[in-house]
Ligand binder design. Structure first.
Ligand SMILES: C[S@@+](CC[C@H](N)C(=O)[O-])C[C@H]1O[C@@H](n2cnc3c(N)ncnc32)[C@H](O)[C@@H]1O
Length: 184
């Protein structure tokens, strides 16, 4: 799946209750360097600012945009639409199907409090990540990992002002011991 540009649509954001959860959806999308995070519900400048400030500092081209018309956007989306819900087909079946189609663009939709029935009918796929209710962040992260793999996670903008490379400072005892043994 070389060419697909993946975006996320977060439905029904509530400014006070969902601040943290929606921020984490945005950061998960930014970790995979997705094209866009769209959100509906309450317009929330703080949410947009916090995603923008992290992507700017840490290097990600993901952008966040509010939409007043999420269902129109879903219906008219030029590409494949995948709604994450525990009522869908298992992700290990849906994701290979999507990869096989190799679409130009993919819109992953995650819910909020209550996703209207029309969404289930208008999307190309309803996709479950286990038949257990968990969270939009975990469903999104697992789906993205299965869809895109490791590469985008470690590919960051070289111009980012904040960078972590991983190394001795972050190592645990066994890693340090291994390193010391190797240096002997
Ligand atoms: C609080 S949960 C609500 C769970 C919901 N009844 C459902 O349809 O999955 C909010 C969002 O998390 C995501 N989610 C939660 N559990 C999921 C699962 N097992 N598989 C896929 N998505 C899930 C869905 O996008 C859902 O709209």
């Amino acid at each position: 799946m070389e060419k697909a540009r993946v975006s996320v649509l977060r439905l029904g954001h509530r400014r006070i209750r969902d601040q943290r959860l929606s921020t984490h959806i945005g950061l998960t999308a930014a970790l995979f360097n997705l094209k866009m995070v769209y959100y509906s519900g309450d317009h929330d400048q703080n949410l947009e600012d916090s995603i923008h400030s992290v992507t700017k500092k840490w290097g990600s081209t993901t952008r966040i945009l509010y939409t007043e018309t999420p269902f129109k956007m879903t219906k008219e989306f030029q590409g494949t639409t995948v709604h994450l819900t525990m009522y869908g087909a298992p992700h290990h079946e849906v994701i290979p199907q999507v990869q096989n189609e190799d679409p130009e663009a993919i819109l992953l939709i995650v819910g909020g409090a209550k996703v209207p029935a029309q969404v289930y009918k208008m999307v190309d796929y309803n996709c479950a990540v286990g038949y257990f209710p968990h969270s939009e962040v975990s469903a999104l992260a697992l789906t993205l990992y299965e869809l895109l793999g490791n590469d985008p996670i470690y590919t960051k903008d070289p111009k980012a002002s904040m960078k972590l490379r991983g190394g001795e400072k972050g190592w645990g005892r066994k890693q340090q011991h291994k390193q010391q043994e190797e240096e002997k």
